[in-house]
Design a protein around this ligand. Structure first.
Ligand code: PLP
Length: 415
């Protein structure tokens, strides 16, 4: 798509946007253009309503009884099924629990155990670091296990896949560049050599349609605080294909994953189905916030989300290159929309200062060392006019050299 370059045409895109009304379901502060929903999604009144109800009515009045009367105990699986619809998972294969890091540990360890005669874990050298740290942790539990990395041990992940590989841990969308992988093709390649594959969907769930069942994926993990808008620290999720449920043994064998948690038996027996990925008591209030956030998706067509995501990111790239191209910015991720998640990154030698100047002017993206400025486009609440305005501010900051002001050089925690 060739994006129009005048404001009237951009406003016409907003007027024709089938998702436009979704914006009203979110709380966006005045004077802010929020391009960081790929880090922490925006709040929504529906989320606050669920929180309020869970806290004042269920906890406040029902007390301990609410584990049953309000369905708290069953929420991990109920929410998993609700989320499963967004990632192409038939019911009974997704559970909401714990954090992404912890879930990586559980799933990777379990997958390694299912291929006990193999000793290699494959991952991406430029993966989000926690994935690598958790893979190191899993490898350390079984002597002789080695971690092979794309970009370190071979240029592409495909070249690392052979009969020695037990499991591949791979991101569907790269957190820094936004590069999207072909899930079906890589899963097929893994299976051809008998390896298992774990997909990290942190930058995919709620950003674009995902078809885990159709791709024949083995496992997936991901977070719910980015494009799913579950709130800060919202619980993460695990997908495990039904065909693996009976063979899978995850290492964090807590009582919530027990076959009979309320029999209080002395030794562990794994429960059946996806519940065996649970460990201990889950954060009920955060779960309820997530329910409010997931309910919003009941009315959303994921194909429309993907179409808008590509249009927003295409428009942003085109406008930045047309108006800011002279100021040292270089596109870091894919130019082709079909290969891109819902984010755009540019390299700039002084990216940290540029991003701080943008944030001070109300355009919130983020910075990833050493020189990436990263912008996320959440199709449910970002409009085409936001893109136009964000580029106007960026151009002004670069043209005037405002980013060079001394206060932007001081390192502070960045979103
Ligand atoms: C690809 C990826 N994996 C994992 C995480 C974070 O995991 P956790 O929620 O355990 O902090 C992130 C967070 O940004 C991420 O981008």
């Amino acid at each position: 798509m060739r994006a129009p370059l005048d404001l009237a045409a951009v406003e016409a895109m907003d007027a024709a946007d089938p998702l436009r009304a979704m914006r009203d379901r979110f709380i966006l502060p005045q004077g802010v253009i929020y391009l960081d929903g790929n880090s922490l999604g925006a709040a929504a009144p529906a989320v606050f309503n669920e929180l309020q109800k869970a806290a004042t009515q269920e906890w406040g009045q029902d007390l301990i009884r609410a584990w049953n009367t309000a369905g708290w105990f069953d929420m991990p699986v109920a929410l998993g099924d609700q989320l499963g619809r967004l990632i192409g998972a038939a019911s009974g294969q997704t559970v909401v629990c714990d954090t992404t890091s912890i879930n990586i540990y559980k799933v990777l360890h379990a997958a390694l155990g299912m291929r006990s005669n193999r000793s290699v874990i494959v991952a991406e050298g430029d993966s989000f670091p926690t994935d690598l740290y958790m893979a190191e942790g899993v490898a350390s539990t079984r002597p002789g296990t080695v971690l092979r990395l794309e970009g370190v041990d071979a240029p592409t992940i495909e070249e690392l896949i052979d009969e020695r590989v037990a499991v591949i841990l791979v991101n569907h969308v790269n957190y820094k560049t936004g590069q999207l992988r072909d899930m079906a093709a890589l899963t097929c390649k893994a299976h051809q050599v008998g390896a298992l594959i774990v997909w990290d969907l942190c930058h995919t769930a709620g950003a674009l349609p995902v078809e885990l069942d159709a791709a024949n994926a083995d496992f997936a993990i991901g977070c719910t605080y980015k494009y799913l808008n579950g709130g800060p620290g919202a619980p993460a999720f695990i997908y495990a294909a039904k065909r693996h449920h009976d063979d899978v043994h995850q290492p964090l064998s807590g009582w919530w994953g027990h076959a009979r948690p309320f029999a209080f038996e002395q030794s562990y027996t794994a429960g059946s189905g996806i519940r065996r990925f649970l460990c201990g008591t889950q954060p009920v209030l955060s779960m309820r916030a997530l329910k409010g956030a997931l309910d919003i998706w009941d009315d959303v067509d994921m194909a429309a989300v993907r179409k808008k995501s590509i249009a927003l990111t295409d428009l942003f790239i085109q406008l930045v290159e047309a108006r800011c191209g002279a100021y040292g910015l270089e596109l870091e991720g894919p130019r082709n929309g079909d290969e891109r998640g819902s984010q755009v990154s540019f390299l700039h030698p002084h990216g940290y200062q540029v991003m701080r100047a943008l944030i001070e002017r109300g355009v919130i993206g983020d910075f990833r060392a050493p020189s990436t400025i990263r912008f996320g486009f959440t199709p449910l609440y970002v409009g085409y006019r936001d893109v136009w305005q964000a580029v106007e501010v960026l151009e002004d900051i670069l043209r005037t050299g405002a980013w060079q002001e001394a206060r932007f050089a001081v390192k502070t925690a960045v979103t």
